[in-house]
Write a protein that binds this ligand. Structure first.
Ligand code: HH2
Length: 270
């Protein structure tokens, strides 16, 4: 297992309405942000070009996703930390890996045809995340009899299948998929009972940063995102329950908070 908590800094490559067809500024902004996150202590940079927010229409064609991603990956070739690509599409995975990405972060847990093969043939790291439904409709009526056992069973099945298909087990991490087809209470229960997923024996990644569940947990039913303080509080709660990789927007806050939490656990020289 990992000997210290890792922070994966979020870099979204969004279409830039100000650039006039060259799409140059959006790539420059994303590369600058990635470098700043590394200076702030990010251990991984997670680059994505397709929104998966609830209600988002995940219909960015692969050519468009690559048009946004590839210049950024090219600009990050010399980054001193691994670059992860947040995508569900095998063709995007392959091209991103060829351009230097060393990890695939798949909110769909490699369920698209060809995705398992894309990762297995390249021997890169992978994050397998649980999602019920798909982003456009997943928050309409999430339903589970027992959210923890169902998410755990899904991740175990995807882990076994990935290993069977040739992905090396030590390159796989697992993610309960906070906010992906779950009510706020189901999200909180997944963190509270995270030990079930930790028991599968792989590092657990959590994406709690700025998730709307945390805004709701603070008593604001209309909150669409949470404050960074709330994000860090939830990350520490997940750390206490065994999470080891934290997908975060405010990297410095997470690095400091997790560093302090770890020092409490192991002492200064641990
Ligand atoms: N959450 C988002 C995107 N990718 N990947 C993993 N493994 N776990 C997550 O919880 C996760 C993820 C949410 O993405 P989006 O809604 O596009 O917003 P942002 O990327 O700014 O967090």
């Amino acid at each position: 297992m990992l000997d210290r908590p890792l922070v994966a800094g979020v870099v979204n490559v969004t279409p830039d309405s100000f650039s006039d067809g060259g799409h140059f500024l959006e790539a420059v902004a994303a590369v600058d942000l990635a470098r700043r996150l590394v200076e702030e202590g990010a251990d991984i940079v997670d680059v994505g070009a397709e929104s998966s927010r609830p209600g988002a229409d995940v219909a960015v064609p692969p050519e468009e996703e690559l048009r946004r991603l590839l210049p950024v990956l090219k600009g990050l070739r010399d980054l001193p930390v691994p670059v992860s690509v947040d995508t569900v599409k095998p063709e995007v995975m392959r091209a991103a890996i060829a351009e230097g990405a060393s990890m695939v972060n798949d909110i769909n847990a490699l369920r698209a045809p060809g995705a398992l093969e894309a990762v297995a043939s390249a021997q890169v790291g992978v994050c397998l995340m649980h999602m019920q439904g798909e982003p456009r409709t997943m928050q309409v009526a999430p339903h589970y009899d027992d959210v923890v056992s169902e998410v755990t069973a899904f991740l175990e099945e995807r882990l076994r299948l990935a290993v069977d298909r040739g992905v090396s087990e030590e390159r796989i991490c697992l993610d309960p998929g906070i906010g992906f087809g779950k009510t706020p209470d189901q999200n909180l229960e997944l963190i509270r009972r995270l030990d079930a997923i930790v028991a599968l024996g792989r590092p657990v990644l959590v994406g709690l940063s700025r998730k709307s569940t945390l805004g709701k947990a603070l008593g604001d039913p209309k909150a669409r995102v949470a404050t960074d303080a709330a994000s860090v509080g939830a990350a520490i709660a997940a750390f206490d329950r065994g999470a080891s990789i934290f997908r975060a927007h405010d990297v410095r806050l997470h690095v400091d908070a997790l560093g302090a939490a770890r020092a409490v656990e192991v002492g200064l020289i641990g």
